[in-house]
Structures are given as C-alpha cells and as structure tokens.
Design a protein around this ligand. Structure first.
Ligand SMILES: NC(=O)c1ccc[n+]([C@@H]2O[C@H](COP(=O)([O-])OP(=O)(O)OC[C@H]3O[C@@H](n4cnc5c(N)ncnc54)[C@H](OP(=O)(O)O)[C@@H]3O)[C@@H](O)[C@H]2O)c1
Length: 307
C-alpha cells in the first residue's frame, strides 16, 4: 500500500475530483492537496468546503485549464513541492461546443480529456516534480458499454493518422454520437498512458475508470435527450439496477489505483464486461487491443504532434 504526502488533482472543484480530495484529506500523512481548477471562484468555494468538511487546512489552488496547454504550463510554474501523485481527472463531455477546435488544432473535448493532461505530465517529469504515480480517469466507454447504448470505439488500424483524426475531430461525422466520440477520446488517453508507462518505468501510470457515477455534473453538456436519460432518469433509476454508483465509490476507485501497487503500470482498470459498476478488472481481459504496443506508441506520437 502506497501512502502519499503531496497530490495534485485536476478538475478538483466538483464531482469525482472534489470527492477524491476529500477522501485523501482523511489520511493524516497527506500534507498538501493541489486543487488544479480552471475557475478561481469555483476553486475557492471548493477549497473552503473541503477545509470545513475535513477540518484540514491542506488545500492549495492551482489555476489550470487543461484544455489549454499554455495554461497548464503556467499552472505547473506555481508548483514548488515535488508531487508524489497526480490524478488526471478533469474532463468529461467537453462543454457546450465540444467539437470546436482549440488554438492547438484539436477538439475541445480532446484537449480537456487528453492533450492538457499529457502536457501536464510531461512538464512535471521535465521539472522532476512527480515522483511516484499518475492516475488517469478513463471510462468504460473506452471499450464500449453496450448495455447503456455506448458503442465500442470504432478504431480501424490504430495508426498515427487515425489517432490524429480522433484528436482533430476529422474522424467523426457531424452526426456522430457524443458518447462514442467521448469513449474514443478516452481510449486514446488510455493508450497514451500505457506508452508513458514503458517510457518512464520509475513512475506508475494507471488508467482507472471511476465507473458510472451518479450525482456529478459530468452529463450537463450532453445533448438534451442524452442528458435527460443519463443524469435525471439514470441518476435515480440506474443505481437501482446496479448501473451507477455513488461519487464516494467512484472516487474510491481512484484512491485504490493510487495506493495499491496491484494496479499495474500501463494497465487500464474498469468494471467487468456488461456493467459500468462493481469490481474492476484489467480491461485487457475484455479488449486485448489495449496491450498493443504499436497502438500505444501511435497514440503517443499522435498526441505529441499537438503538444
Ligand atoms: N461520472 C461518470 O459516470 C464518469 C464515468 C467515467 C469517467 N468519468 C470521468 O471522470 C472525470 C470527472 O467527471 P465528473 O463526473 O466528476 O464530472 P464533473 O462533476 O463535471 O467534474 C468535472 C471536473 O473537471 C473540470 N474540468 C472540465 N474541463 C476542464 C478544463 N478544461 N480545465 C480544468 N478543469 C476542467 C470541471 O471544472 P468546472 O467546474 O470548471 O467545469 C470539474 O471540476 C471526467 O474525466 C469524466 O470523463 C466520469
């Protein structure tokens, strides 16, 4: 079991990120939790809530928009204490215009879920500010959740060109399902993590899905019908059928990935086939493609072009 003193969490002002900060703060050895957030007002409110809830004055705000590599670089400059661990949690459906291109030439949803996090980790490594573990928030959508109507990502040859087309959105037609786009993007982030695990064997890189989690804001920007189904119908009915769990359980998965070395570097853990909740399993047992070294390296190369 690993225990950490200094941890940074992206997207820490809400949902799974904030709950992860709360659970970590209950551990007496934790000295600093960096709340990496894009909005100072929301970050300050979260810091006050967390301090009151936990009785611990250990939360530091770092302003960082993970959809903007320059903002990420500026944020890293504010970190002076080496971090034991980082939770790459920010992301989700990509806001109101997820398919718009950023100044870096990728879609906003790709930037928020993948590009900014890759810049963050590379910057931390270059400045020797990360010493132990990186956990990436992946999703069961990265291998499909047929029971919830989320198709398996449609990847043809896993080439650099194909991953580039996922990053800049040109792979997807105008009518593409937003959840399929989201899942395909989380797949690229997950493959990038596996490539990083091989390049940096002294750091543990674990992709972990928090699982279908009710009560977060994660579905807010989906088109109306999807949001209605997942957030309102899903939030109340799906838990009854074991298809969604609480934010406490979702965040607990991140902590498990952080703390237990039984979660191996370069691997992706999420719910077993057929369900987005319950015990996690190594996803290579469901989708062998996750272990493809060429797919991992091609995802890495595709992302590097934009960073
Ligand atoms: N909930 C689920 O069922 C589920 C399942 C699998 C994976 N996930 C993943 O879990 C992670 C957290 O999701 P959640 O459900 O907790 O959603 P949430 O309640 O919407 O929280 C998302 C957090 O990420 C932040 N964020 C989004 N884009 C950002 C950006 N560009 N820069 C900095 N911060 C940004 C948000 O900040 P603002 O408040 O400023 O928007 C918020 O703090 C996401 O990566 C999501 O894909 C969730």
């Amino acid at each position: 079991m690993q225990r950490f003193k200094n941890v940074l969490i992206t997207g820490a002002n809400a949902g799974l990120g904030r709950e992860t900060a709360r659970q970590l703060a209950t551990q007496p050895q934790v000295e600093t939790i960096y709340l990496a957030c894009r909005n100072l007002e929301k970050a300050t409110a979260a810091k006050i809530d967390l301090t009151n809830q936990t009785g611990r004055d250990i939360f530091e705000i770092v302003i960082m928009d993970v959809a903007d590599p320059d903002s990420v670089r500026r944020g890293v400059q504010e970190i002076t204490t080496p971090l034991d661990a980082v939770v790459l949690n920010a992301g989700g459906s990509g806001g109101k215009s997820p398919n718009n291109l950023t100044k870096d030439g990728v879609t906003t949803i790709f930037a928020a879920n993948v590009l900014g996090h890759t810049v963050l980790v590379e910057e931390l490594l270059a400045k020797q500010l990360i010493t132990s573990t990186v956990v990436y928030s992946s999703s069961e959508a990265a291998r499909g959740i047929p029971r919830m109507g989320v198709a398996k990502p449609d990847v043809e040859d896993a080439s650099v060109e194909e991953f580039t087309a996922i990053a800049d959105g040109s792979k997807f037609g105008p009518k593409a399902d937003p959840l399929a786009i989201y899942g395909t993007i989380k797949l690229v982030g997950t493959l990038w993590m596996a490539a990083m695990a091989r390049k940096h064997p002294h750091i543990r890189f674990v992709s972990m899905s928090p699982g279908g989690t009710a009560g977060t804001n994660g579905m807010d920007d989906l088109p109306f019908l999807k949001k209605f189904m997942f957030k309102y119908i899903g939030g109340s009915i799906m838990p009854l059928f074991g298809m969604m769990h609480s934010v406490e359980k979702g965040a607990r998965r991140y902590l498990d990935a952080l703390e237990s070395i039984s979660f191996e570097s370069g691997h992706f853990y999420a719910s077993h086939a057929g369900s987005p909740t319950g015990p996690v399993v190594d996803q290579v047992t469901i989708e062998p493609g996750f272990s493809s070294v060429s797919a991992q390296d091609n995802a890495y190369r595709a992302v590097q072009q934009f960073a």
